[in-house]
Design a protein around this ligand. Structure first.
Ligand code: CUA
Length: 352
């Protein structure tokens, strides 16, 4: 109806629709500023430093724009009733001296503002460059087209490693070291609320660190265009108390939950045969390394790196025809019978 209405409208009407359309977009964007993926709601150490700097720079830039606008308006008003208006020779002789003074003042003010901004930026970069204590926990994050592989390891206990996908849990108040790897093209690892972006480059390991200062959920994303599904390369970020983090990590280190029902048991056989070449489930015959590790997939809120919420209906859609949901995805459509699909989903739901 909206389309038809617009087609019939006059061009003036179209302009008005376009304006209100862009206002709506602007409103949505502004509303999104309060969302959980906004860097302005920073809850990480580096993120807070960067957000503070951002506000100061915005305030300084706004003050400069305001000052310039006021100066222009005052300058115009000052000569409105000048008797020599229009007599260019007289104006030039009269104004050249005071004009020069204002240029010196303008240059001095600009230099001071730039120097303060530069100093603020340096202080912020320094504060965000390294954590106050050496992190014990390390995250090796690998960017794939289009999902994230996340491997946890701990310097003081090498046996405590585990791998998950498209999710990051952070213990509040503890800095975490992050090493970034790419399996294919350039990506950029970005948890907007926690810290700034860092490029993920093939053949190179970039390092950064994260520290959450406040418990809560947020959304991480890929910050560098990396192909068709760049926008659907999300991470669920959970900042939680060190105790809750330890419980989560202990659960992740454990293998898959035992299967009790006959349906889930049948599903596990189908899974190992159909999915096991690409996906791994610790403690089973599924050992694939191509796609995300699914040992605890049922506990993740999303599937397909943010493509769909994790419900049985969405799992069915995804397994039947993943490219139909996320075009270009490496996972092929799987020709399972209804019974096989039902059993596989029953099995996947046991993978907490
Ligand atoms: Cu990965 Cu954009």
């Amino acid at each position: 109806m909206c389309t038809e209405h617009r087609r019939r409208s006059s061009s003036a009407r179209r302009a008005s629709v376009a304006t209100s359309g862009s206002s709506a977009v602007a409103l949505v964007l502004l509303a999104a500023c309060n969302g959980t993926s906004s860097y302005m709601d920073a809850t990480g150490t580096a993120g807070r430093h960067e957000a503070t700097l951002g506000w100061w720079l915005t305030a300084a830039a706004s003050a400069v724009v305001l000052f310039v606008c006021v100066a222009i308006v005052l300058g115009i008003m000052r000569h409105r009733n000048d008797p020599h208006r229009g007599d260019e020779g007289v104006m030039e002789r009269k104004e050249v001296k005071s004009g020069l003074t204002w240029i010196y003042v303008g240059v001095a003010v600009t230099v001071v503002i730039l120097a303060i901004s530069f100093a603020g930026t340096m202080v912020t970069l320094n504060a965000a460059s390294q954590p106050r204590i050496t992190p014990l926990l390390t995250l090796d994050v690998t960017g794939h087209q289009w999902w994230w592989e996340v491997t946890y390891s701990q310097a003081n206990d090498p046996s405590l490693g585990f791998t998950t996908a498209n999710e990051v849990h952070l213990p509040v108040g503890e800095p975490v070291r992050v090493r970034l790897h790419s399996a294919d093209v350039i990506h950029s690892f970005w948890l907007p609320q926690i810290s700034g972006k860092m490029d993920v480059i093939p053949g190179q390991v970039n390092e950064t660190w994260l520290e959450a200062r406040q418990a809560g959920e947020s959304r991480g994303t890929c910050g560098e265009y990396c192909g068709m599904q760049h926008a659907v390369m999300a991470l669920n970020v959970t900042a939680e108390s060190p105790e809750a983090f330890k419980r989560w990590a202990d659960e992740r280190r454990a293998g898959a939950a035992p299967v009790t029902s006959p349906e889930a048991s049948a599903g596990r056989v189908v899974f190992a045969r159909t999915c096991g070449a690409c996906h791994a489930v610790t403690g089973t015959n599924a050992l694939g390394q191509v796609g995300p590790d699914l040992t605890h997939v049922a506990s993740r809120p999303m599937i397909g790196a943010g493509a769909l919420t994790n419900t049985p209906e969405h799992l069915a859609r995804w397994i039947r025809n993943a490219p139909g949901v996320k075009e270009g995805v490496r996972m092929p459509p799987l020709p399972l019978t209804d019974a096989e699909l039902h059993d596989v989903i029953t099995y996947i739901q046991t993978l907490h």
